[in-house]
Write a protein that binds this ligand. Structure first.
Ligand SMILES: *[C@@H]1O[C@H](CO)[C@@H](O)[C@H](O)[C@H]1NC(C)=O
Ligand SMILES: *[C@@H]1O[C@H](CO)[C@@H](O)[C@H](O)[C@H]1NC(C)=O
Ligand SMILES: *[C@@H]1O[C@H](CO)[C@@H](O)[C@H](O)[C@H]1NC(C)=O
Ligand SMILES: *[C@@H]1O[C@H](CO)[C@@H](O)[C@H](O)[C@H]1NC(C)=O
Ligand SMILES: *[C@@H]1O[C@H](CO)[C@@H](O)[C@H](O)[C@H]1NC(C)=O
Ligand SMILES: *[C@@H]1O[C@H](CO)[C@@H](O)[C@H](O)[C@H]1NC(C)=O
Ligand SMILES: *[C@@H]1O[C@H](CO)[C@@H](O)[C@H](O)[C@H]1NC(C)=O
Length: 412
């Protein structure tokens, strides 16, 4: 995740060099007069390629409506989110979070963030608070956009968006948040969000952490380390190490429990480029391995039924069957070697749809209808980082969180 932020942040250059000529570069195609990455594999299902949804691909500026927090500036920080009940849009400009009531089209409230050492808040995470209302998390670093996340704050707001109590401060970025209300930070602390701001546990003898995942029952915590090249399983209450997975001797990027809690996926990088699938019920059994990646598998997501795994590597996104490891569908572009990997890979709508971001554009794919959507900045726009995506299932609206401090709404 850090690497992707770096890539996007350092790429804030004008895309408009070719705006007047619209000459295509290698690996680009023109659809609807819009430049899209040239696909060499298109999620084809039973021999049928995915089709563009009517009117797609689309460019920024053709959205149904949008909200903007501040005047866009390539150097600013921006992140956004939608509350799980789809009522509010939240936008974070680094020092403040503003909430828009999407039904009434009004600003519901604006909160000033209380960050330690006045660090800029680069990310925004929202969840339902157990007693109603929302928990709002913001993380940032004192090294600015390219720094390692050093702190996370949380403020609980009531359902009318007034703050309840004070800001909580947690050390490190968010590694994982459990359904049971615990937060594990990338600095190795476990916090109980119904308790005090003192960690309930510290991971003992921990390596540098790259990613964390709670088991669905909240009992276990899995970790991987890029630097230490390890993968471990921890007791999420005591912080004690329960199991150290056999050495991968490789830079590990991501780990995720399956939603049914049966499997743990570990993305092994370096030149091994493997997904290992361990069975929680028998950790000593050799893992199922998915191999032959173009590069490091950097992003993955489980379908909600735990039957498939979407994994991104260079220029490609594939859907694997679990537990056989067989490839079911492939999306791949004609990229360059060491090309970018899709990020933001996420199943939506009970697994009926999948979203990902590749380079500057955001994709949505619908399995049942074999249809795809794509939103991209115009050639005259800067390349902005910090993209994200939400889907309003009640109103069938796709929402792109775009780096120009704008959140765009697209009725589909
Ligand atoms: C964020 O927005 C608030 C409210 O409009 C403004 O006061 C503040 O200066 C902005 N912060 C940054 C970093 O631009
Ligand atoms: C929200 O209100 C603004 C005026 O304040 C208007 O320009 C905009 O079109 C409205 N958006 C929606 C989605 O109704
Ligand atoms: C908002 O909710 C809080 C807590 O539920 C309550 O105390 C407060 O009066 C409410 N404010 C408004 C303006 O409704
Ligand atoms: C919030 O912080 C203030 C000032 O530090 C303190 O006096 C107060 O007790 C805190 N309130 C809660 C609910 O923790
Ligand atoms: C985790 O640690 C707690 C507290 O020490 C203990 O009660 C619990 O049995 C442990 N759980 C596992 C799965 O080891
Ligand atoms: C990864 O590659 C390294 C170096 O070639 C090797 O030592 C290690 O065993 C491999 N790991 C796996 C899981 O294959
Ligand atoms: C765990 O896996 C190992 C290796 O495949 C096997 O020998 C063992 O019987 C399994 N244990 C259980 C409880 O299934």
């Amino acid at each position: 995740m850090i690497a992707i932020h770096l890539l996007l942040a350092s790429a804030s250059v004008l895309r408009g060099a070719r705006a007047d000529s619209l000459s295509l570069h290698t690996g680009e195609a023109l659809v609807n007069n819009i430049v899209v990455p040239k696909e060499i594999s298109n999620f084809a299902k039973d021999g049928a390629s995915a089709q563009w949804a009517s009117g797609y691909p689309k460019e920024w500026g053709s959205e149904n409506y949008h909200y903007q927090f501040n005047e866009p500036d390539p150097e600013d920080s921006f992140s956004a989110g939608i509350t799980p009940d789809e009522k509010y849009l939240a936008m974070n400009n680094g020092t403040h979070i503003t909430f828009i009531n999407l039904e009434k089209n009004t600003t519901a409230s604006t909160l000033a963030l209380v960050m330690p050492k006045k660090i800029l808040a680069l990310s925004l995470t929202l969840r339902h608070a157990p007693q109603g209302g929302y928990d709002v998390f913001a993380s940032g670093s004192n090294g600015g956009k390219n720094g390692i996340t050093t702190a996370t704050v949380r403020i609980r707001v009531s359902s009318n968006l007034t703050a309840i109590g004070n800001f909580s401060t947690y050390q490190g970025g968010i590694g994982a948040i459990s359904k049971q209300g615990r937060l594990a930070s990338l600095s190795g602390y476990i916090y109980d969000m119904e308790g005090t701001d003192t960690p309930i546990a510290t991971l003992t003898d921990r390596p540098d952490l790259t990613d964390l995942s709670f088991s669905p029952d909240g009992i276990h915590l899995a970790s991987v380390s890029w630097r230490a090249r390890t993968a471990d399983l921890w007791n999420a209450t005591s912080g004690q190490k329960i199991y150290q997975f056999p050495a991968t001797n490789a830079q590990n990027w991501v780990t995720r429990f399956s939603p049914d809690g049966r499997y743990l996926a570990i993305a092994v990088g370096s030149n091994n480029n493997t997904i290992q699938l361990y069975t929680l019920g028998n950790l000593t059994a050799p893992p199922t391995e998915m191999k032959v990646f173009n590069g490091w598998p950097r992003a993955l997501d489980w379908s909600p039924d735990s039957k498939t795994l979407a994994v991104a590597d260079e220029n490609r996104l594939r859907i694997f069957n679990v537990p056989s490891g067989e490839v079911i569908q492939t999306w791949e572009v004609e990229g360059v070697r060491y090309g970018p990997s899709p990020s933001g890979v996420s199943f939506l709508a009970e697994g009926k749809r999948l979203t990902w971001t590749f380079l500057y554009g955001t994709y949505l794919y619908e399995f049942e209808t074999n249809t795809k959507w794509y939103w991209v900045p115009r050639a005259i726009d800067h390349i902005w980082g910090g993209m994200g995506f939400s889907f309003l299932s009640k109103t069938n609206v796709a929402v792109t969180h775009d780096g120009d401090s704008t959140v765009r709404f697209w009725k589909i």
